[in-house]
Write a protein that binds this ligand. Sequence first.
Ligand code: SAT
Ligand code: MN
Length: 600
Amino acid sequence: MNAMTQDLDAIPKLNTNGGTSLQALSDWVAEVAALTQPDAIHWCDGSDAESAELIAQMEADGTLIPLNSETHPNSWLHRSHPDDVARVEHLTFVCTSDQDDAGPNNHWMAPADGHAKMDGLFDGCMRGRTMYVIPYCMGPIESPLSRCGVEITDSPYVVANMRLMTRMGAPALERIEREGRFVRGLHSIGELDPNRRFIMHFPEELTIKSYGSGYGGNALLGKKCHALRIASHQARQEGWLAEHMLILGIENPQGQTHYIAAAFPSACGKTNLAMLIPPEGYREAGWKVWTVGDDICWMRPGADGRLYAINPEAGFFGVAPGTSAKSNPNALKCVQRNTIFTNVGVTADNQPWWEGIDDDQQPAVDWRGEPYEAGKRPAAHPNARFTVSARQCPSYSSEAENPAGVPISAIVFGGRRASLVPLVFEARDWTHGVLVGAAMGSETTAAATGQVGVMRRDPMAMKPFCGYNFADYFSHWLSFDNGQNKLPKIFHVNWFRKGADGKFLWPGFGDNLRVLEWMVGRVEGRANAVDTPIGAIPSEADLNLEGVELSDDARAVLFGYDRDGWKAEFDSIGEYLEEYGPRMPEALKDERVRIASELG
Ligand code: SAT
Ligand code: MN
């Protein structure tokens, strides 16, 4: 299994500040130290003093650049290596003993080969560096839905981000020592050489090895690597779901709250939707939207058969460009203090700046640290990010800390579709809903390296994140419909439909609440819709469109469906499902055939 064979007694005693009573953890840390040869080991306790010391050190070596302390107290800019600005799906592997278990949706390597490759890269890579041991908990410390991990890294920037994104330090270590189990994540920035970069997962060993990148989802191993790829594998074994979904609460004027979980690919507005501000009329009437999470959702059936969800994260790693007082005032308020910005531009007075921020300021320096030249290159990288604690969000729900999770009333799937797909439709039952999720398509974004704007299938927005064969994943989803669970309704939305002029037809942002309100009405059995082969579509009269300007053409397209276009779409979905071979559940294929034949 593991290629590390050093004699542990031969390792000189390293300068180290802490330790653990858990033998499995101290043995692993010693093994990693023997392999990577750091100068010192630092066990992270998550304290303010520890954070202050790390930040001082990063300010001194230029890893963090302090921003304007009057406008943005306690906030920093980090410039990543220009070749290291997004997730690298082509270098991300799932190593299972049987290749079919990883599925056509993952790059695969045999576990022994994966370990050999990674251990070769890690050999001696921390010489001259400090190795940080970060115990963390994904989800509220007291929640039975939460799971823990330990990330070992040589990047203090990763430590600072993990401190904002997870419950990290002493309380997490206590839980790990109590439970005795944890996901192992080993990370080194290496030489930041794109040719020596791999993100490798060993789901059967609950292990992650990531080398050569310091960026977001490649390096903050609690996020996509643990909370999605490894957790999806664990969730399948244990009977729950680990999903790429935001979670929000909609409180009606009577004070009742429905929780919705929604899956969209990276950089399709999950953070904006999770922090939505109701349009004026709704606000006046007393509607409120509460943020539980903006990226990841773990859910499991409760004793009453409903799905209960937690946000395993404790912070937001949101896309900065496009975030403005208009698009997402809550996010803008979040990032006024105690925030790490990555790859944004800065103004002459040292405030963070990005395209679409919509203020009167101009950038002086771009994300690479070079003088900004208008019209030449953007000031912020399109995948520039902010990292901030969720507790700073004005709409953060107190229920986000509830160890029991929140009950989910509706699941929403959505992508960027310029044509064909209407604003919203409802699946007729769970099986249909799983097909809607499995068939999801979206145009690619800057969150991953590669071409932007190409339509690809991205089932449940999990294409880059499902740690096992998609066919088995769809079977797992279908298995929740067991006659006992009280499952949420499933919907599909498309905020990104374009008109002939190439402009978006739907205003989006706060007005998306109109669509969510209709969903809540459907859940409560009050709202109307028109049944079509692809699902139940509201007519424009079924939505509250007061104050929204939409041309007749836009209305026809947003609330209509094009039978011929959908026939072609269902042919293409059929071909897509075939790519998964014999493991693809018959129930899903039958469901596609049922709808295709209704389309005629
Ligand atoms: O880079 S991350 O994976 O953390 C962000 C994203 O792509 O959603
Ligand atoms: Mn994401």
